[in-house]
Design a binder for this molecule. Sequence first.
Ligand code: IMP
Ligand code: MG
Length: 184
Amino acid sequence: MEPMKNDILCVLADEKKLEEICDRLAQQITEDYRDSGRELIFVIVLKGSVFFAADLVRRVPLPCGLEFMKLSSYGSGTATSGFIQVHLDLKRDINGADVVVIEDIIDSGRTLKKLMCLLTDRGAHSVRCCTLLDKPERRQVDMNADYVGMEIPDAFVVGYGLDYDEKYRNLPYVGILKPTVYQK
Ligand code: IMP
Ligand code: MG
C-alpha cells in the first residue's frame, strides 16, 4: 500500500469506521424489508460499490437477489460530464420487487437520479438507494439517498472501491486524494 499511501492527503473512513457503517446500514435495511413480503433485489453499481456491497449484503440476513449494473458519467477526470451511459444492464425482470441500489458515492446526483427513474420505469414496486458516501455540497439535481453511510466534504476521494483513473480501488480505507495527483 506504500506507493498509494503517499498520494493520500488524509483518511476519512478507516476500516473500523467502514465496518460500523456497514453494520448500521445493514440493520436499517433489514428492519425496513423484513416484513415486506416482496422480493428484495440489490442492484450493485459497478465498479465503485463492490467492496461496500459485499460487506453490506453479507450483513443483511434476508433472502435477496444480487444484480449488477455498470454506468458511467465520468471519463478519467474528477468532474461530471453530465450524461450517463449504461454499459452493463440487469439480467432479469424486477417487476414488483423491492429494489435497493447500492452506490459508492453521490456527487452531482445525476447518475443516481437517472438510474432510479430507469428502475422505476421497469416496474419495481419500490426503488431506494443506499450510498456509502454523500457529498451534499456538490448536488446539481434534487436527489437524496435513503441510506447514507457518511457525508463528506467537497473533495475527491479514493479507496474501498472508489477510483481515480482506475487506481486506488484496493486501498482498504477511504481517503482524500492529494490534488497534486490529478492536477499534474
Ligand atoms: P454523480 O452522477 O455526479 O453523482 O457521480 C457519481 C459517480 O461519480 C460515482 O458513482 C463515482 O463513480 C464518481 N465519483 C464522484 N465523486 C467521486 C470521488 O470523490 N471519488 C471517486 N469517484 C467519484
Ligand atoms: Mg468511478
